[in-house]
Design a protein around this ligand. Structure first.
Ligand code: NAG
Ligand code: NAG
Length: 421
């Protein structure tokens, strides 16, 4: 047994708005022109639990405490609204983990009938949405203060800790509450990275997973030519040092710069609107419903530690998927060697289903194929049909259901059937 895994089911949270609510209100006030529906604006200002309740879905908020005392928040949709809506049935359980600088909002933002969390609930799943340490919903620790500028200990984590510490806390907690012995895991981008960390460092967790559905998994950056990632590697060694001298452990939690751009240029009709959309959406915008822009800016970005970004930079630099690279002396203390070890992917025995798109410039399809070659139990390697499908389209595109989710649910059901045999 782990030392603690403890827990509360929280019935009511003090009124909390979306992370970007103030900025969205400000932006719309300055904009003056009422181009967005009041319904969309309301969605931009509500936090995730209120969003789920607004659309008539059952909701539970759970607090899960990790072995290093981070207080994480999970949002549960225990059953469907229109179908599979009896509350007393034992349903297959699925845990979803979001990407970098996002939150559980990724799986509910585009609303019922379109967002993955609702589609899964209607399909008969007990849906749990995790929030990694440091994001808006999990920005708490029993002993460390995320807002202390002189002590940045709260922010000394990368996705290694999210995989190695947060995921076991969520999984053990969920299995205990539901009384089940296994669950499905759906990761999106960094949510996949964290799973690969977990299943390689703590292989006993493979036994608790029915299937790993890896959407746009970020692990190797051997082929990626993405400009943003290119910026990180040269500064790898000094970035954390400089940041900690400035008292910065968290990036992107402060949305001033991001929102300055949004407020000034993300107005439909602005000459820079397209550039704005590309920055925000990472490519082709044809399939992004721009009437939903306020929702995007109300909920993204949320807190990220500087190490999460540096760790990806290290992967790009070394062309390896390995543990966080500290100074050599710290590496020796932590890993018993001056260079960090690679994650041992041969340990990952869970059935793996991967999804990639040719149009994804963040998780390059060649890097995903490279990853698949190194995993021992890949059941399916699925290429999204529409070639222009981008990294953010997995959560935000109007055709995500047809392109990905329907397929994903078919694969989950197949994995359940195999698991029973
Ligand atoms: C529950 O599901 C049934 C069957 O799909 C449906 O007829 C009914 O309207 C749903 N109940 C509610 C309260 O929506
Ligand atoms: C875009 O979003 C708006 C507001 O939710 C909705 O009314 C409209 O149908 C959506 N468009 C498409 C093409 O899905």
């Amino acid at each position: 047994m782990l030392p603690l895994l403890f827990v509360t089911l929280v019935t009511a949270v003090a009124a909390r708005r979306s992370p970007g609510a103030d900025y969205v209100e400000n932006w719309l006030k300055q904009d003056g022109n009422n181009r967005y529906s009041s319904d969309v604006i309301e969605d931009a200002l509500l936090d995730v639990p209120d969003l789920i309740e607004k659309y008539g879905y059952p909701l539970e908020i759970h607090k899960v405490i990790t072995s290093d005392y981070y207080v994480l928040e999970a949002h549960r949709i225990p059953h469907g609204r229109d179908q599979n809506n009896e509350s007393d049935t034992n349903r297959p359980v699925v845990l979803l983990m979001h990407g970098l600088s996002s939150s559980s909002v990724e799986f509910v933002a585009v609303g019922p009938a379109s967002a993955l969390a609702y589609i899964l609930a209607e399909a008969g799943y007990d849906v749990w949405l995790g929030n990694a340490r440091g994001n808006y919903y999990s920005r708490e620790n029993l002993y460390l203060d995320p807002d202390d500028r002189r002590n940045l200990d709260f922010w000394r984590f990368s996705w290694d800790e999210i995989g190695n510490i947060d995921l076991p806390a969520f999984i053990d907690y969920i299995l205990k509450v539901t009384g089940q012995s296994k669950l499905h895991y759906i990761g999106y981008s960094q949510g996949c990275t964290a799973f690969l960390v977990l299943a390689s460092l703590r292989p006993e967790y493979n036994e608790k997973i029915i299937s790993f559905q890896g959407i746009a998994p970020a692990a190797f950056f051997v082929y990626n030519e993405n400009a943003f990632l290119d910026i990180v590697p040269p500064y790898e060694a000094s970035l954390e040092d400089i940041a900690s001298k400035l008292g910065i452990g968290e990036i992107l939690g402060n949305r001033e710069l991001f929102m300055w751009f949004a407020v000034n240029h993300c107005i439909e009709g602005s000459v820079l609107h397209r550039l704005c959309s590309i920055l925000a959406i990472g490519g082709d915008t044809t399939f992004f419903n721009t009437t939903l822009s306020p929702i995007y800016f109300g909920h993204t970005p949320v807190g990220v530690s500087i190490r999460q970004v540096i760790h990806y930079g290290q992967c790009a630099n070394s062309k390896e998927f390995r543990r966080y690279n500290h100074l050599p002396i710290t590496n020796i203390a932590k890993y018993g060697r001056p260079v960090p070890p690679s994650y041992d992917l041969s340990q990952i025995t869970t059935p793996v289903y991967l999804y990639y798109s040719l149009g994804d410039t963040v998780a390059d399809y060649r890097d995903i194929l490279y990853l698949a070659d190194r995993l021992p139990n890949v059941v399916s390697l699925y290429q999204v049909e529409r070639p222009s499908f981008t990294h953010l389209d997995y959560a935000w595109a109007i055709d995500a259901k047809e392109q990905v989710y329907d397929k994903l649910i078919t694969f989950m059901k197949k994995a359940e059937a195999t698991n029973k045999n």
